[in-house]
Design a protein around this ligand. Structure first.
Ligand code: CIZ
Length: 310
C-alpha cells in the first residue's frame, strides 16, 4: 500500500479506536512522522503513564511496550512486530540475574529500563540513559549498588560518580559494534566535525568523543552547539530528528565494524514498518500481556525513577 494511503488509514483507525502511537527515536522516519509522540524511553514512559487513550501502539522494542503496559495495565498496549526484542535486555536473563542478586544481598539494584519486566520486578530503581546520573546520585554513597545490564553505561557512570558499582556484563549490539578505526578515518576527512556518542558505546569510542549523552542529550547538543558537522555514534534513527531540527547542519552516522552501508541500524527497532503499524491498529496485534504479580512488582522501581527524575 502507498505511504499516503497507509497514513490516511492509520489516522482513521487512531481516531476510531482512541489510540495513541508512541515512537522511539530509533524508528524509521515514516513512523516517527505519523507518531503522536517521538522520544526516548524516559519520555515514552511518561507519555504511557499520562495518556487517556484506550490503546497504545508502541513503535519501539519489547521492553518499552512492557513498560507502557506496567504503567497503564488497564490499556491495550500493542507492539506492531512481536519479534522487536532488545539484545541488551536479552543479555540479562532473569534466572541468572536473580542468582547474582542473591549473592549480593547488601546491594540495591539499579537497572537500566532496557530489561524485561521480570528483571524490573527484581529491581529497586530503574533508570534511563537520560536520568541515570541523577538516579545514582540520589543513592547514599555508602550504599553498594548493582547496576544492570549495560557494562559500558555502568563503567561510564562509575567514572562520573567515582563509585564502584557492581556491573552486570551486558551490552547493546548496536553500540558495541562501532568501529573506532572507521570513525577516525571519517574524522580525518572531516576535521571540522565533532564526534558525539551514546554512553552504551565502548570505552575507546567514549574517549574519542567530544560529547557523550543519551539520545535526548545528543539531540539537544547538536541543536545548541555551534558546530555544523557531527559524527553520530548511536542508532541511526536519531538522525531523522537531528536533521529535522537542524536543516543547516551535516550529520554523518558512525559506521559499525562489519558493514558496507556505513550506518548502524538496530535490526529489532527496524522490524516495525508503517504497514505493520496499520495492521497493528486494524487487528489489535500484538497485544502485550503481563502477569498481575509482575506488574505489581515492576511498577515500583519505574515509579521511583519517574518521581526522582521529575
Ligand atoms: O533510553 C532510551 O530510549 C535509549 C534506548 C537510548 C537513549 O539514550 O535514549
Amino acid at each position: 500500500m502507498e505511504k499516503n494511503v497507509l497514513n490516511e488509514k492509520i489516522n482513521a483507525l487512531r481516531k476510531e479506536k482512541n489510540a495513541v502511537i508512541l515512537a522511539h527515536y530509533y524508528q524509521v522516519a515514516e513512523i516517527q512522522e505519523i507518531a503522536d509522540f517521538v522520544g526516548d524511553s524516559l519520555d515514552l514512559s511518561r507519555k504511557s503513564a499520562e495518556t487517556d487513550a484506550d490503546v497504545i501502539v508502541f513503535a519501539g522494542v519489547h521492553f518499552m511496550a512492557e513498560t507502557a503496559k506496567i504503567l497503564s495495565p488497564q490499556k491495550k498496549v500493542l507492539l506492531p512486530d512481536l519479534r522487536a526484542g532488545c539484545s541488551l535486555a536479552e543479555s540479562c536473563p532473569v534466572d541468572e540475574f536473580r542468582a547474582f542478586r542473591e549473592q549480593h544481598p547488601d546491594h540495591i539494584v539499579v537497572s537500566y529500563v532496557n530489561t524485561t519486566a521480570d528483571v524490573k520486578a527484581l529491581t529497586d530503581i530503574t533508570c534511563t540513559s537520560t536520568n541515570a546520573l541523577k538516579i545514582i546520585n540520589s543513592i547514599p554513597e555508602s550504599q553498594p549498588i548493582i547496576f544492570a545490564p549495560d557494562r559500558n553505561l555502568g563503567n561510564y557512570l562509575n567514572g562520573l560518580t567515582g563509585r564502584n558499582m557492581l556491573l552486570w556484563d551486558g551490552a547493546c549490539h548496536v553500540h558495541e559494534e562501532f568501529s573506532l578505526e572507521k570513525i577516525m578515518n571519517i574524522l580525518e576527512e572531516h576535521p571540522d566535525a565533532k564526534l558525539i556518542a551514546h554512553p552504551e558505546c565502548t570505552r575507546p569510542v567514549q574517549i574519542a568523543a567530544d560529547f557523550i549523552g543519551s539520545t535526548s542529550a545528543l539531540l539537544r547538543f547538536v541543536t545548541t552547539d555551534e558546530s555544523k558537522k557531527f559524527i553520530v555514534a548511536t542508532e541511526s534513527g536519531i538522525l531523522h530528528q537531528m536533521r529535522k531540527k537542524n536543516p543547516d547542519k551535516t550529520f554523518i552516522p558512525a559506521p559499525p565494524i562489519d558493514s558496507t552501508c556505513g550506518c548502524n541500524d538496530c535490526r529489532f527497532m527496524k522490524m516495525h514498518t508503517l504497514q505493520k503499524v496499520y495492521e497493528s491498529l486494524r487487528d489489535d496485534k500484538f497485544e502485550i500481556r503481563l502477569d498481575d504479580e509482575i506488574i505489581r512488582k515492576a511498577v515500583m522501581p519505574i515509579q521511583k525513577m519517574l518521581e526522582l527524575s521529575n
